[in-house]
Ligand binder design. Sequence first.
Ligand SMILES: *Cc1c(COP(=O)(O)O)cnc(C)c1O
Length: 362
Amino acid sequence: MKYNRTYNFSAGPATMPEPVLEEIRDEMMNYRGSGMCVMEMSHRSKVYQQIIDEAEQDLRDLMGIPDNYKVLFIQGGATLQFAMIPMNLMKNGVACYVETGAWSKKAIAEAKKYGDVHVVASSKDKNYTYIPDCDDLDIPENTDYVYICENETIHGVTWQKLPNTKGHVLVSDQSSMFLSKPCNVSDYGLIYAGVQKNVGPAGMVVVIIREDLIRDDLDPHVPIYMSYKTHADNGSMYNTPNCWAIYCCGKVFKYLKSIGGLEAMEKLNIEKAKVMYDFLDSSRMFKGTVEKKDRSLMNIPFVTESAELDAKVVAATKAAGYDNLKGHKSVGGLRASVYNAMPKEGVEALVEFLKKFEAENS
Ligand SMILES: *Cc1c(COP(=O)(O)O)cnc(C)c1O
């Protein structure tokens, strides 16, 4: 390996494409003749305006975002959206949530502070190992929106088919699957993604919101920063944005365009995940924890027969150069996060290692 880097299976912050890191390194001391690093630039400068404009345009090109949607770069990570969404979208004070794991659970807890929350489906009965059937949900007529977490990072389940919202606005947390496959933006009213899983550095969220959902009649107690209108009216620069994260994300958007866009990315992600799932399905020591039909392409939780053996595997993989395979503390076991930037060779090498481990330890 050129830089003696580890294969990093972290769930987030997570591995980045090497060509992007190299470009950032090359521009570090003097960004394109500006005489300074992007970190040192005024966000009001012409050179920075071009960086943010290009980032937005490249994301629009990648996802085919229609003109009646705004793209916003907001700080506070994905977590701040758990509050911003109900604060901005609850007109009637009613929303429906589908509970599919740790992240939708957190969003539900936050939304309950702002209105009447209906948990219209849940997979809690089987410890969030599947996506419930959402073809015919009991959705009240006055519901402001239906909320899902489209890929549960901790539990490793993903939506193959969006819920039937019966004409209501769909809101989706795409944090851990953002840009992993093509997305039909007009199926949604609002999409958001914390960028540190599949795109860039932590501390920022991308919000894609249909313009008619941006209101100017919010409760006057809503902080200025937490109104989508503030960000939409000011080109994501009401205050100093996360300039560095926007710059790095912009590089990743360009990189994804250069390798063939989201169709090409999806193809590669399917191939990568298959390497891991085929192994889990044939192994006697390791097994996946999620129902096959709902398996995530990005986060792959798996277990052995005991917590002791799990810990032994984690230690052995780390020593061999495969890092961050320990499962989330709430679930245990192991988890391989194989985001866009994880090369297929990384997954193949991990599987070879696990095969060898199994042979030597059974
Ligand atoms: C990581 C994650 C979050 C929280 O992101 P922060 O940026 O840490 O606030 C929310 N939702 C999902 C699906 C995540 O994976």
